[in-house]
Design a protein around this ligand. Structure first.
Ligand code: 5GP
Ligand code: ZN
Length: 114
């Protein structure tokens, strides 16, 4: 989508610190990190949010989740763990309408969220 920040990052039109990329997925550091490790993993295809995913997307979603934990381990979160977050729409606090999973690590996160 032409006015989507994350689509622009995928196409290199907005600079980012990329961590990983393949035909389907792209990971980059969050521009406003909330923890020592904070990256976003996204499908390259523009899916607006997790509720717009379809039955045909289940393999892609599986890969997204698997790659999120794999990258978290690679970035040093294997021992202490990490928080994996998908915000969705207004009540979920989503601000960028391109499906993404946040991976936050390197510090302790309380539960429940405020
Ligand atoms: P959301 O609130 O939609 O779940 O999260 C969007 C995330 O994208 C936020 O954590 C925000 O810091 C991050 N973000 C927004 N714009 C940019 C950008 O241009 N580059 C990068 N790397 N992250 C961004
Ligand atoms: Zn997009």
């Amino acid at each position: 989508m032409s006015d989507c920040i994350f689509c622009k990052i995928i196409h290199g039109e907005i600079p980012s610190k990329k961590i990983y990329e393949d035909e389907e997925l792209c990971a980059f550091h969050d521009v406003t990190p909330q923890s020592p490790v904070h990256f976003l993993l996204i499908p390259k295809r523009h899916i607006r949010n997790i509720m717009e995913a379809e039955m045909n997307d289940t393999a892609l979603l599986g890969r997204l989740l698997y790659k999120a934990q794999e990258l978290a381990v690679t970035l040093g979160c294997g021992e202490n763990g990490a928080r994996f977050v998908i915000n969705c729409k207004k009540d979920g606090g989503q601000t960028v309408d391109h499906l993404h999973i946040h991976v936050l690590g390197g510090r302790y996160f309380d539960w429940p969220p405020g």
